[in-house]
Design a protein around this ligand. Structure first.
Ligand code: SF4
Length: 186
């Protein structure tokens, strides 16, 4: 294989299958509310790239998953905050939302999807705290390292911001998954 599947990586790390529980944390995005842009990335849907998720309290979303047939396929789970930018809030709100998801002993980790311009020292420090008990990793939407293409898709940040965020997270020992779109026009 020329690339690693996250599912295989997690299986090797935990010694068994680990499934993601996708959660809508009811966040927003600075590229949609006018902070750094409006309208968002051109590929982003109304629900912030998590259209299949139903709106519900976070705890309820996790409970629903764990009590469904899907949870019969594994013993370990990672909560995946998927929609919008899941570090784009105050530290106290972030804590509250993350804690609402960590409600079951079978949950071994937390994956946070966000933008690199929503990573700063306070957020990294918060993630370090969670990583003492859980496997925490961050999923950053890069899509392309070409800044012209990034402008064309209205990504709203330059690629050096991505590099800085990854460096900050990796120095803190937090793994990063980069979301890439292959074949974007230049
Ligand atoms: S950064 Fe994510 S949530 Fe925000 S507009 Fe782009 S794809 Fe959507």
């Amino acid at each position: 294989m020329r690339y690693n599947y996250v599912s295989e990586f997690l299986k090797n790390k935990f010694g068994e299958r680990v499934l993601k529980i996708c959660v809508d944390g009811d966040f927003s995005c600075p590229n949609r509310d006018g902070t750094c842009g409006i309208g968002g990335c051109i590929f982003c849907g109304e629900s912030g790239s998590g259209e299949h998720l139903k709106k519900a309290p976070i705890e309820k979303q996790v409970q629903n998953y764990l009590s469904s047939y899907r949870a019969q396929r594994a013993n370990k789970f990672i909560v995946y905050f998927q929609n919008f930018s899941n570090t784009y809030d105050t530290i106290s709100n972030l804590k509250s939302k993350y804690n609402q998801a960590l409600i079951d002993d079978r949950i071994v980790g937390m994956s946070i999807a966000t933008r690199p311009d929503c990573i700063n020292k306070e957020i990294v420090d918060l993630l370090i705290e969670y990583s003492k008990k859980y496997y925490v990793f961050v999923e950053l939407g890069l899509q392309t390292s070409n800044d012209v293409t990034a402008t064309n898709i209205n990504r709203g940040y330059s690629s050096d911001i991505f590099t800085k965020a990854v460096t900050m997270l990796n120095v803190a020992g937090i793994d990063v998954v980069a979301h890439i779109m292959v074949g974007l026009p230049r």
